[in-house]
Write a protein that binds this ligand. Structure first.
Ligand code: T1G
Length: 699
C-alpha cells in the first residue's frame, strides 16, 4: 500500500507514500480509504491528519495510470474525497512542497487545511488538456472566490501557499504553519484543537456566487477564446466554474465529471499527456543510470563569438555559470560581446530582466584570444565554422590545452562527432551539443553521443541541459542527427509539391493551418536558403541518387537567400519580415515546370500536410530502428521544441500513431506512385511497416 497509517496520541496520521510525488494511484487511494476506516474504528482516535511523505503532499492523480483501468478502478478520487467528507472525525490536510491537481482536490475535501509556506499549489489539469475532475472546479471557488479560482484553473499555474493563505476572504487554508519543518507538529496540535468541533465544516456547503456572473463569465470566455485556439479544455474550465455559481453542488460536480471525461478522450489531451511523459523520459538515457556520477561544471568555455557562440554563452550566463569566449580576432570578440549586451539590454527595456541581473550576468563573461585561458574550464563548446578542417584544428588545440576531465563539446549541426573525437586523445570526453538558433531562446538541445562518449559525460551534459533550461534529447551520430535528418525529407517533399503545381504560399498556408509555426518556405527564408543549398551540394557528392526539386537551387542561383538578402521564396519590404508572394519566384517555378514538361495539378491541403508530415514520420521510424533515437517520444520532443511542430498534435510520431500507422502506410503507397516524387522516400521503414501490419502504435 502506498499510504502509511500511524497514530500519534489521539490523532491518526495517514501519510501518502508513492514516490516521486505521491501520485494518487489506485494503491494510494486505497490506502487513504483504509486509513480512514481504521481511524473511524479506533475510539482512541479523535482526529485525522493526511499528509505526504518526501517532497510533496501530492502531485495529483497518477498520470502514469491514465488510460489504464487502474485510474478508473474504485476507490476513484471522488470516492476517496467522499470518504473524507463523510468521516465522523475531523480530517486535516497537512500540506507542504507540492499540492497539485487531485492532491489539492483531496485537501479541499478535508474539513481543515494547514499549509507550510513555500508550497506550490495548483490545479494544472488544463496543461494536460483536461480540467480538475474531482471537484476542484466546484470547491476551489468556494474557498478562494470565483475569479481567483478561475484564474488558477484556466492557467494551471502554481501559486505559493503563503500567497493564498494570506489573502483576506480567501479561506483555502485554516492555518499557515510557521515552516515546513514545524508543519507536522502544528498539524497534530491543530487536529487536537478541532477534535470536538461539530458539525464538521464542509467546503461543499459554502456559498459560491459572483455578483456580476453573466458579465464576468462572458469576459472570461472572450479571454480564453483568444489564448487557446487549439485546445478545448480552457473553455470547459469556464463552463465548470460557472456551474459552481449556478447549480447545486451535486449537480455542479456531475457536470464537471461529464466535462472531465469528455476532455480525457480528446486528441489534444492525449497529445499533452504524451508530451508530459515524453519530456521527462527524454532526460533518461536507457544505458546511463540516473545516479551516474556527474562531472563538476563550474566554468564554461565557448569557442566562437558569432550568433551561435553568443547565444550559447547567454544560456550559461543566465544560469549563473561563468563563461570565457575565445575568438581569433579582437573585433570578432567585441562584436560578439556587443550582441550579447544588445540582447540583454532589449530584455531590460521590455522589463523582462532587471538591470542588476543583467550586470551580474555580464560580470560572469570574460573573453580571450588565447586557448591558454581555457585551461581550467570544465566544459568547452565550440561553435566555429561548420567545416571539418576547422573543427579538427580547434579540437587538436583543445586536446592540448584543456585540463583532464574537461568535456569537449561541438555545436555541429550535422558533422560526424566520432570523427571530431578522433582529433583528440580523449574521445571519451567528446560529445555533440547541438543548439538551435537563436541558441539563447530555442529550448531544444540535441546531445550527440559518439561511440566513445563516456557515460558520465552524457549524464553531466543532460544535467547541465536541465540547469540551462534546455530540453535535451540524445541522438546517435548520423548525418543531420535527428532533427535535420528528418527536415531533409520534409524539405524534399516541399520542393516536389512546387514541381507538381503548388505555390510556396499554398504549401506554407496548408501546413500552418495544420498548426506548424511556420511553413517550409517561410522557414527557409528565415534560416537562409543558402544553408540548404550547401547541404544539397554536399549531399549530391555523398548521395548522388537522392532526388530533389531544382527550384531551391534555381532560387539560390538568383541570389534569393531569404530575409537576409531581402528576397527569398517571398519578397520582403526593406526592414520588414512580412512574406509577400513573389511573382518572380512563381514565374521561375512555372518556367521550371514547363522545362520538366509537367502540367500543374491542384494539390489538396490534406495531401500537402500528409506528404510533409509522413515524410518526417518515415525518416523518424528509420532513426528509431537505427537506434539514433532511443524513443519515439524523443523524436516528438525534437520536433516540438526545435521545429515548431504543433503541440496539440503531440509530435510527428504521436500524430502518426493517432492517425493510425496502417493509414499512414496506405497514404505512402499512393505517394510512391507519383512519378515526380522520389518513390524510395515512400518505401515504409521496416519498423513502420511492421507496426502498421500489427495494428500497433509507436511506443
Ligand atoms: N503522476 C505521476 N507522476 C508524476 C506526476 C503525477 N501527477 N507528477 C510528476 N510525476 C513524475 C514525473 O513523471 C517524473 O517522473 C517525476 O515525477 C518528477 O517530475 C482528478 C486527474 C509535481 C511540479 O499535472 O507539475 O490530478 O521522470 O521532473 O520538476 O483532477 O512534476 O522521474 O519517472 O516534473 O520537481 C495533475 C504534474 C494530474 C502535476 C514536480 N497534476 N507534475 O516537478 O519534477 S491530473 C499535475 C508537475 C489530476 C484530477 C486530475 C511536476 C511537479 P520520472 P518532474 P519537478
Amino acid at each position: 500500500m502506498t499510504a502509511e497509517y500511524q497514530v500519534h496520541g489521539d490523532v491518526a496520521v495517514i501519510t501518502l507514500a508513492n514516490p516521486p510525488v505521491n501520485g494518487l494511484g489506485l494503491s494510494t487511494r486505497q490506502g487513504i480509504v483504509d486509513g480512514l476506516a481504521k481511524a473511524e474504528a479506533d475510539a482512541a482516535v479523535k482526529a485525522i491528519v493526511i499528509t505526504g511523505a518526501g517532497g510533496a503532499f501530492s502531485g495529483g492523480a497518477d498520470i502514469k495510470e491514465f488510460g489504464t483501468d487502474k485510474s478508473l478502478q474504485e476507490p476513484n478520487l471522488h470516492s476517496v474525497i467522499n470518504a473524507v467528507e463523510n468521516a465522523g472525525k475531523p480530517v486535516v490536510a497537512a500540506i507542504h512542497s507540492v499540492c497539485m491537481g487531485g492532491g489539492l482536490e483531496l485537501a479541499l475535501g478535508c474539513h481543515y487545511r494547514i499549509a507550510a509556506p513555500g508550497c506550490s499549489v495548483a490545479l494544472p489539469e488544463v496543461k494536460l488538456g483536461i480540467l480538475p475532475g474531482a471537484g476542484g472546479t466546484q470547491r476551489l471557488p468556494r474557498v478562494v472566490g470565483v475569479e481567483a479560482a478561475l484564474n488558477m484553473i484556466v492557467s494551471g499555474e502554481p501559486v505559493k501557499s503563503e500567497m493564498i493563505g494570506a489573502v483576506p476572504g480567501q479561506k483555502l487554508f485554516d492555518k499557515m504553519a510557521a515552516s515546513a519543518e514545524s508543519l507536522a507538529a502544528e498539524a497534530l496540535a491543530f487536529a487536537k484543537s478541532v477534535a470536538d468541533v461539530r458539525p464538521l465544516p464542509l467546503v461543499r456547503n459554502l456559498p459560491c456566487k459572483h455578483p456580476e456572473g453573466d458579465a464576468y463569465f462572458q469576459f472570461a470566455r472572450n479571454m480564453v477564446k483568444g489564448m487557446a485556439k487549439n485546445f478545448p479544455a480552457p473553455a470547459k474550465c469556464v463552463d465548470a466554474v460557472e456551474a459552481a455559481t449556478k447549480r447545486k453542488f451535486a449537480d455542479g460536480l456531475a457536470f464537471e465529471r461529464e466535462l472531465f471525461i469528455n476532455l480525457m478522450w480528446t486528441p489534444e489531451s492525449r497529445a499533452l499527456r504524451h508530451l508530459f511523459l515524453a519530456e521527462r523520459a527524454a532526460s533518461k538515457i536507457p544505458d546511463v543510470p540516473s545516479d551516474t556520477p556527474k562531472r563538476d561544471v563550474q566554468k564554461v568555455g565557448v569557442i566562437g563569438a558569432g550568433t551561435m557562440g553568443g547565444g550559447i554563452s547567454m544560456n550559461f550566463l543566465n544560469a549563473g555559470i561563468p563563461v570565457t569566449i575565445l575568438e581569433t580576432k579582437q573585433e570578432a570578440l567585441d562584436r560578439g560581446v556587443a550582441t550579447i549586451r544588445k540582447n540583454y539590454e532589449a530584455q531590460v527595456k521590455k522589463g523582462k530582466l532587471k538591470q542588476e541581473k543583467y550586470e551580474q550576468r555580464m560580470a560572469l563573461l570574460s573573453t580571450t584570444l588565447s586557448y591558454d585561458d581555457l585551461k581550467d574550464v570544465d566544459l568547452v563548446i565550440e561553435a566555429v565554422f561548420e567545416e571539418m578542417g576547422v573543427k579538427e584544428a580547434v579540437f587538436k588545440q583543445l586536446d592540448a590545452v584543456a585540463k583532464p576531465g574537461a568535456i569537449l563539446a561541438s555545436n555541429t549541426s550535422t558533422l560526424d562527432v566520432d570523427q571530431i573525437a578522433s582529433f583528440t586523445k580523449r574521445p571519451q570526453d567528446v560529445v555533440g551539443m547541438h543548439f538551435f538558433s537563436p541558441a539563447n531562446v530555442m529550448k531544444l538541445l540535441e546531445v550527440v553521443r559518439g561511440k566513445a562518449t563516456a557515460k558520465d559525460v552524457l549524464a553531466t551534459v543532460m544535467a547541465i541541459a536541465k540547469k540551462i533550461k534546455k530540453t535535451a534529447v540524445v541522438s546517435g551520430v548520423c548525418d543531420g542527427f535527428i532533427g535535420n535528418r528528418m527536415i531533409e525529407r520534409y524539405s524534399q517533399q516541399a520542393g516536389f509539391l512546387l514541381d507538381e503545381g503548388c505555390t510556396p504560399q499554398q504549401v506554407d498556408k496548408a501546413i500552418e493551418k495544420f498548426g506548424f509555426a511556420m511553413g517550409p518556405f517561410r522557414m527557409g527564408d528565415l534560416a537562409g536558403n543558402d544553408i540548404g543549398w550547401a547541404i544539397r551540394k554536399r549531399r549530391a557528392v555523398e548521395q548522388p541518387d537522392m532526388k530533389y526539386s531544382k527550384t531551391a537551387d534555381l532560387l539560390c542561383e538568383m541570389g534569393r537567400f531569404g530575409q537576409k538578402t531581402g528576397a527569398g521564396w517571398y519578397d520582403y519590404q526593406a526592414g520588414k519580415r512580412d512574406a509577400i508572394p513573389s511573382d518572380v519566384v512563381n514565374k521561375m517555378i512555372e518556367d521550371h515546370r514547363k522545362a520538366l514538361g509537367v502540367t500543374p495539378r491542384k494539390v489538396s491541403d490534406e495531401e500537402i500536410v500528409q506528404r510533409l508530415v509522413y515524410a518526417l514520420v518515415n525518416e523518424g521510424a528509420k532513426i528509431l530502428e537505427e537506434g539514433i533515437a532511443s524513443k519515439s517520444g524523443d523524436i516528438d520532443m525534437v520536433y516540438l521544441t526545435g521545429y515548431g511542430f504543433p503541440i496539440h498534435r503531440g509530435g510527428p510520431m504521436h500524430y502518426a500513431s493517432e492517425v493510425g500507422l496502417f493509414n499512414v502506410v496506405e497514404s505512402m503507397k499512393r505517394f510512391a506512385k507519383n512519378p515526380l516524387d522520389d518513390a524510395r522516400a515512400w518505401t515504409p521503414a521496416p519498423l513502420l511497416a511492421k507496426l502498421a501490419a500489427e495494428g500497433k502504435a509507436f511506443q
